[in-house]
Ligand binder design. Structure first.
Ligand SMILES: [Zn+2]
Length: 462
């Protein structure tokens, strides 16, 4: 309860006699408290080490969410599940072997939404970047295509092209070296891939390429056992009621890929949301703050799509949505094409003095995380430009995405900046909150040249 605010209209000497006089928390106070709070760091360590990766639909994902619910209840908050169906994917033992010129099992991994196939084997064909021109040739029977890390094509597009040309499998060379896999995972929307697709290491991928250049035949064999299946999963929501029902929604995806611990992507976001819950749980601000941990993000933005299209957020859209996906060291805040947010964000950043973001306010939308369904539906979005150092981020999606790639300082300092902005958004009087019209959204997305990517994922509705 905030007596000062309640009595601020027509305040009299009486105000002074009523204790306690508690002012609302300021952005700077929220940041200072979060920056020195080690509990969130500890929570993330246990979440990562006790459960490993949180693939949506897997038992580890559910067990980790139960831990988060308990942590929120201990804070006196009431987490609410938002359960929804989606097309899940179960990883089994997918194998890939080099049969010639050397016989050995390859370091590889099947990518999401491949289906049981094989065993089959065939000659490896170098598809370059996997673009349309790379398919203008005749392929031998049972060809298995190899394409490089520089491809711009979506996995489903390249897969469709491969099937049209009679190929029976695909391998893509990873974007980073050192035995890493899965730096590229494709853009998913729950449809089974029409042929088995594997991620292979740079080292073995480039090896195969060198052999092909010398006209040495390369043959691989594969057997895929992973499969898609309908599942049920949940988003988790917590509301911190404000003096008005107008809502600042702060979201982060809860799920990860399965090989590592999903610490960078996106345990960091889980912890940052929890830090906001910890600092604001006893506060009442002008606007309501709602925190949402989404599931199914990696596999096609399932949780956020459900929330906006079928769930609560369609009926009662938030005034604004701040999305936290791999927010490392914030160097800029992004108004995501919403010009009318610029004054609010500039003022916030300028007020931070020494803590001001070095690149200030940016204003260019991007897609492929949980803010997109909201933006498409007329909700204003904010994200951060916040890199994670290259030596850590190279491991994301793979087994090396583990807690040790993050430092306590990174977790606390990023959460402090986020908390400062959340308090500002919940308090600032001139935040534009009226939803955008479909015409305004379409113009914004066209200006950012996002229409073709949104059409490919079925999110374009104009
Ligand atoms: Zn992510």
């Amino acid at each position: 309860m905030k007596y000062l605010k309640l009595l601020s209209v027509g305040a009299s000497a009486l105000t002074l006699s009523l204790a306690p006089l508690v002012a609302d928390i300021t952005p700077a106070e929220a940041a200072a408290r979060v920056a020195t709070d080690d509990a969130t760091v500890k929570f993330l360590e246990l979440l990562c080490d006790d459960h490993g990766g949180r693939l949506t639909g897997a038992p580890a994902n559910e067990a980790a969410m139960v831990d988060l619910e308990e942590a929120l209840r201990e804070l006196g908050l009431e987490p609410v599940r938002e359960t929804f169906p989606m097309q899940g994917w179960v990883r089994k033992d997918d194998t890939l072997t080099m049969n010639g010129p050397v016989a050995r099992e390859m370091r590889s991994i099947g990518i999401g939404y491949i289906e049981p196939t094989g065993p089959i084997s065939g000659p490896v064909i170098d598809l370059g970047a996997g673009g349309p021109k790379d398919f203008e040739r005749d392929f031998p029977k049972n060809a298995i295509g190899l394409f490089g890390p520089s491809t711009k094509g979506r996995t489903d597009e390249v897969s469709a092209r491969a099937v049209e040309n009679g190929l029976v499998g695909l391998m893509f060379i990873n974007r980073v070296g050192g035995g890493q896999l899965l730096a590229r995972t494709g853009g998913f929307h729950g449809e089974s891939l029409p042929l088995p697709v594997y991620s292979v290491t740079q080292e073995e991928g480039f090896w195969m390429r060198r052999l092909i250049v010398r006209d040495v035949p390369v043959e691989v064999g594969l057997e895929a056992r992973s499969y898609t299946t309908p599942i049920e999963t949940s988003n988790l929501r917590v509301r911190i009621p404000g003096r008005s029902a107008e809502t600042v929604l702060v979201g982060a995806h809860f799920d990860s890929w399965d090989q590592g611990q999903g610490a960078i992507d996106n345990g960091l976001g889980i912890a940052q949301l929890l830090a906001i819950a910890r600092v604001l749980r006893d506060e009442q601000l002008d606007r309501t703050v709602e925190l949402v941990w989404y599931n199914g993000e990696e596999q096609g933005l399932w949780g956020s799509r459900y929330a906006i299209e079928s769930g609560f957020d369609a009926k009662n859209p938030p005034a604004i949505m701040l999305n936290l996906d791999m927010v490392g060291v914030p160097i800029a805040v992004n108004a995501m094409g919403h010009d009318d947010l610029l004054p609010v964000l500039e003022r916030w950043n300028n007020s931070r003095g020494d803590a001001a973001l070095e690149q200030g306010v940016q204003n260019k939308s991007w897609v492929a995380s949980d803010h997109t369904p909201y933006q498409v539906n007329g909700v204003r979005i904010i994200t951060f430009n916040a890199p994670i150092n290259a030596e850590s981020v190279r491991y994301y999606h793979d087994f090396g995405d583990t807690y040790d790639k993050l430092t306590p300082e990174l977790i606390k300092d990023s959460a402090a900046t986020i908390a400062s902005l959340v308090v500002e958004l919940a308090q600032v009087a001139d935040l534009p909150t009226d939803p955008l019209s479909p015409e305004e959204v379409e113009a914004l997305l066209l200006k950012a040249k996002l229409d073709s990517r949104l059409k490919a994922t079925g999110l374009w509705k104009f």
